[in-house]
Every structure is written in structure tokens, then in C-alpha cells.
Design a protein around this ligand. Structure first.
Ligand code: GLN
Length: 453
């Protein structure tokens, strides 16, 4: 813990942590030492972790990296982080992220962008770590924690993991409790770990996952020993390669990465089959209707009364308006506007209802592939390597949204998805592959992921 606290101090230039909690960390580490001396060792005893600012941590800054939650210190702990502490882990601090988890580059944070520890060969330009869990990914990649919590609504665990050469898994919807996690789009949000290796991710997920009476969408199924799945062979497994993920204009190095992943698995004895997921092309537009719709509803609670920032006004409506105007950043406001628009009386059927129907079709595509005996699906995690700070989305937000083209389908269908480092770009940057699994079959993803990493 002391070594990690010192590393965090030296690497403040990355802006990965928005809050460091050294006193709490040392107290937790001491308590861990005492348990060790008493012979009661938890699954994560003494392991120093970073926590995304989206998770409620009792008495500690929890602001989803938004100004609107200014000064918010919850009186309660999220179920996921409580599970980690119950297994003996140590909290180093709260990690930077895109405001309310809306973004793909960690540039929408009220606390400023996170710098990736990576650089392009021969260039000193600052690169993004991806988003929204950019602080989590940068901290793990730069060795500023042994693992981190993250959340994924449309790719926010997998895309930053791919950009930083780390491993990230979004488990099946319902695997982890969402209680105490600031809500973005409740039907899509899931927590998961970002870690250095597939094995570490497996160990962390086992601790994070649980059924929880405080989240009725959490699922009452035993949590398997994921670590036992790491190191098993892939012989006989059927891996689907969906043709719709071969996009026009995709960089050749992403295609080559995918081919390399296929070759590794084939050589290890897996059977590779071509599959079709015909509704893939509708996933991104449908996601950018469903997610903002749910967000506009979830974010209605930030009214200047119940939490955080209050800007005084002439009357209560004026106070609401001023607080929300000052509290939310530009991307969050854009999502609220899109969300209220697609939910409004005249447009509900044309946008929101249609997007929900598309969602069902996307889910069916996957169900059919799995019914035909496919054990897991292999795709690239992102359509490119990490890009530079300020490089994307300035003029056109859709340019940024296109980053999520391979990841949002998985949230729409509620499936587990693992991002694993699988190669390097021509400029020396990490590239990741994505494995998509059957519902609640994270184990197969860990097995296959270990063979690729
Ligand atoms: N980049 C996507 C968005 O901005 C996904 C974010 C996420 O998974 N939290 O909505």
C-alpha cells in the first residue's frame, strides 16, 4: 500500500485519481495485517485497489466527476466496493472518469482529462486512456493500483482496457449489484474490474459479484470460482466470427489483430465458425437513444435540493435551472436534451419504442448464434488504437460515439464481454480483442482470454 501511495504521488500528472485516500488506505492495510497475523486471510487480503468515482464510498468524495454533485459524501457504501473490502482489499482513492460515465475518452470529467501513460512511437503527444473508466484503466496501466473498479454502459470498461493494454470485463447484466453506483442508463449499466491480467480480473470479479436485495435486477446465482477457468484449454470450443463487425474503412491493423486472434485460437484447438449478427448496424444508433433516454430520467434527481451543488435563484424553478445549468457539463446536457426529446409525447413511438424493438432484435441475433452451438464470439474491442487528447469529437460528437461501435451491442443484449490485450499498433500502442459470451458464462471468456493475452 505504501509503495502504491508513493507511485500515485509521483504520477499525479496523469490525473488518474481525483481523490487520494492515504490515511484510509494505511488504516485498511493495518487492519489487513492484523487479520493476516490472526490467520484470517480474505480473497483480496491487503490488495490495493482504485475505485471509479461512480461508486459510492462512505464518507469519501463520490461525484461521478460532475460539478453537480459538488461536496457529496455518501453515508453508505456501494455493494460492489463493500464486497471488495469484506474480502480484505484496500482503497487507495477515487478514480477519474467521464462525467456521469458519458464519454469514450475521459475528456468530459469536471476534474480534467486523464492522460494515458502510453505514447506513440516517436511522439510526445498526450493520448487519451479511453473512457468513461479512463482513470481506472490509466491507473492500472501505470501501476498506480493492482486493480480497479469500473462500469460499462456501452463499452466503458472494455474500450479503456483496450486502449491501455489492460484487461477489462463487463459481466452479464445482473451479475454485480448496481446499488450505490451512480445511475447512467440503468438497463445497461454494469460494474466490472479492470486489471493487469485475465487471472487478476477473474479474481476481482469473483469478489465484486453478488446477489443483492437492494438491487432487484441482481441475479441470484452462485458466483463461480472464475480463477479456476483461467488456464483451461479451448480445444473443442466453437468461436463465432461475426461478419457484420468487418467495417468498411476499418484500419488494416485492426483486421490483422483480429486475424491473429483467430489464428491463436485455431492453433489452440478451437473451432472457428463464421456467423451473422444481422442487426449489428442498428446497435449504435439505438444505444444513443436508449442510453440518453434513461439518463435524462436518472439525472432529473440533481435539482439543487437533494444533492451537491445549489445555485440560489429568484424562486425554486429558477434555482433548479441555475443549479443544473452550472452543474452539468456540455456532454451531459446534450444527453439530457436527446433523452427528453426521444421520450417526448410526439416522438416516443418513432424513436424510443423503435430503439427498444431494435434492442430485442439485437438480443435475438446473439441468442440464435448461441443456440447454434457457438460458445463465444471474437471481435475487435475498438475500431482504432488510442487517439490524442482533443483529437476527436470537437466538431461532431458522433465522431466520438463511433468508438463504441463494437461494444454497445453487448450491453444492449445484456451479455458478458471481455477485452484482452492482443497486439500492438504500427505506432506501438496496445490493441485489444473482445470476447462476447453466453449469459452468465464469464468463465469461458476467462478461459479464452487467457489463451490470447
Ligand atoms: N461511450 C459510451 C457513452 O458515452 C459508453 C459509456 C459507458 O459505457 N459508460 O455513452
Amino acid at each position: 500500500t505504501e509503495a502504491y501511495l508513493a507511485a500515485i504521488e509521483r504520477a499525479r500528472v496523469l490525473n488518474a485519481y481525483v481523490v487520494e485516500t492515504p490515511e484510509r488506505a494505511l488504516a485498511m492495510a493495518k487492519a489487513s495485517d492484523a487479520r493476516r497475523a490472526a490467520g484470517t486471510v480474505g480473497a483480496l487480503e491487503g490488495i490495493p485497489l482504485g475505485i471509479k468515482d461512480l461508486f459510492a464510498t462512505e464518507g469519501v468524495h463520490t461525484q461521478a466527476c460532475s460539478h453537480v454533485l459538488d461536496g457529496f459524501r455518501p453515508t453508505y457504501e456501494s455493494t460492489v466496493s463493500a464486497n471488495l473490502w469484506a474480502d480484505g482489499a484496500v482503497m487507495l482513492g477515487k478514480l477519474n472518469m467521464d462525467e456521469f460515465a458519458m464519454g469514450s475518452s475521459n475528456e468530459t470529467s469536471y476534474y480534467g482529462p486523464v492522460a494515458s501513460p502510453w505514447r506513440r512511437a516517436g511522439s510526445n503527444a498526450t493520448l487519451v486512456p479511453g473512457g468513461s473508466s479512463g482513470g481506472s484503466a490509466a491507473a492500472v496501466a501505470a501501476r498506480l493500483c493492482l486493480g480497479a473498479t469500473a462500469t460499462d454502459t456501452g463499452g466503458s470498461i472494455r474500450q479503456p482496457a483496450a486502449f491501455t493494454g489492460t484487461v477489462g470485463i463487463k459481466p452479464t447484466y445482473g451479475r454485480c449489484s448496481r446499488w450505490g453506483i451512480v445511475a447512467f442508463a440503468s438497463s445497461l449499466d454494469q460494474a466490472g474490474p479492470i486489471a493487469r491480467t485475465v487471472r487478476d480480473a477473474a479474481i476481482l470479479l469473483r469478489s465484486m459479484a453478488s446477489v443483492d436485495p437492494k438491487d432487484t435486477t441482481s441475479v441470484d446465482r452462485p458466483v463461480p470460482d472464475y480463477e479456476a477457468a483461467v488456464g483451461k484449454g479451448v480445444r473443442g470450443l466453437k468461436i463465432g466470427i461475426p461478419r457484420e463487425y468487418r467495417l468498411d474503412g476499418m484500419p488494416a491493423e485492426i483486421d490483422a489483430l483480429w486475424e491473429r486472434g483467430i489464428a491463436i485460437l485455431r492453433e489452440a484447438g478451437a473451432e472457428i465458425v463464421d456467423i451473422s449478427l444481422p442487426h449489428t448496424k442498428y446497435a449504435l444508433p439505438a444505444y444513443y437513444i436508449v442510453a440518453p433516454a434513461e439518463a435524462s430520467s436518472n439525472l432529473a434527481r440533481y435539482d439543487g435540493v437533494r444533492y451537491g451543488l445549489r445555485v440560489p435563484g429568484d424562486d425554486i424553478v429558477d434555482m433548479y435551472e441555475k443549479s443544473r445549468a452550472a452543474g452539468f457539463g456540455a456532454e451531459v446536457k446534450r444527453r439530457i436534451l436527446i433523452g427528453t426529446y426521444v421520450l417526448s409525447a410526439g416522438y416516443y413511438d418513432a424513436y424510443y419504442l423503435r430503439a427498444q424493438k431494435v434492442r430485442t432484435l439485437i438480443k435475438r441475433d446473439f441468442e440464435l448464434a448461441y443456440a447454434n452451438g457457438v460458445d463465444a464470439i471474437l471481435t475487435p474491442a475498438t475500431p482504432s488504437a488510442a487517439f490524442g487528447q482533443g483529437e476527436k469529437g470537437g466538431g461532431d460528437p458522433v465522431e466520438m460515439y463511433l468508438n463504441d461501435v463494437f461494444t454497445v451491442t453487448v450491453n444492449m443484449a445484456g451479455l458478458p464481454g471481455l477485452a484482452v490485450p492482443a497486439g500492438t499498433s504500427s505506432e506501438g500502442l496496445p490493441l485489444g480483442l473482445q470476447l462476447i459470451g453466453r449469459p452468465f458464462d464469464e468463465e469461458t471468456l476467462f478461459t479464452i482470454g487467457r489463451v490470447i493475452e
